[in-house]
Ligand binder design. Structure first.
Ligand code: CTP
Ligand code: MG
Length: 168
């Protein structure tokens, strides 16, 4: 039995993999799927529905990465392929909701939206993960508080590895 905080991080790890995977593959065009999910469409407010930063490739990469991490964690009983894929999907749907909100606020692709950029995916992932595990309140609280820091750290690393154009 590992520490409660480590257990919480392991349970949610596929969601982080899902959130990071689109960036890792963003310089490729796998199966020609680096196409915007919104198909270039705009909303009545004149701004894009989601924007060019939200692609089919990213969505599939998130599900695949979540599933892969879930499969790895299955070795120690912390996840499964299915749970991981579901958390990857939830994370990327939360990310899409975040981008939809940013566009409605008039923020262009890649603009810094502060907490919205980090909390969108984790909120959706935690909702999906709630019925999967016997969460304690302190575990959820830890993930909510630590997420902006973890997200920021991952983005700074991604920026210096030239995977991301901006460190947020
Ligand atoms: N990405 C993708 N498909 C997704 C999500 C992300 O291809 N569904 C890739 C894009 O190359 C994107 C990068 O990952 O630019 C970083 O993701 P994110 O920061 O979420 O997107 P932004 O470009 O910042 O766009 P937004 O302002 O909508 O958040
Ligand atoms: Mg961004």
């Amino acid at each position: 039995m590992v520490e409660w905080w480590l257990q919480a991080l392991l349970w949610i790890l596929p969601a982080y993999a899902g959130n990071m995977a689109p960036v890792l593959v963003s310089h490729s065009n796998l199966f020609g799927l680096r196409r915007p999910i919104d198909g270039g469409r705009t909303a009545p407010d004149g701004n894009r529905l989601l924007g060019d930063g939200k692609t089919w490739q990213g969505l599939l990469a998130a599900v695949a990465a979540g599933g892969l991490v879930g499969l790895l964690l299955d070795t120690w009983g912390y996840s499964t392929l299915q749970r991981g894929a579901l958390l990857g999907l939830a994370a990327i749907l939360g990310d899409l909701a975040g981008s939809f909100s940013k566009r409605r606020l008039g923020l262009t692709r890649g603009a810094n939206a502060g907490l919205l950029d980090s909390m969108d995916f984790i909120t959706a992932a935690l909702l999906a993960a709630l019925p999967m595990y016997p969460w304690e309140f302190r575990q959820i609280a830890l993930l909510v508080v630590a997420n902006p820091l973890l997200h920021r750290a991952a983005n700074v690393v991604g920026y210096h590895l030239r995977l991301k154009d901006v460190p947020w």
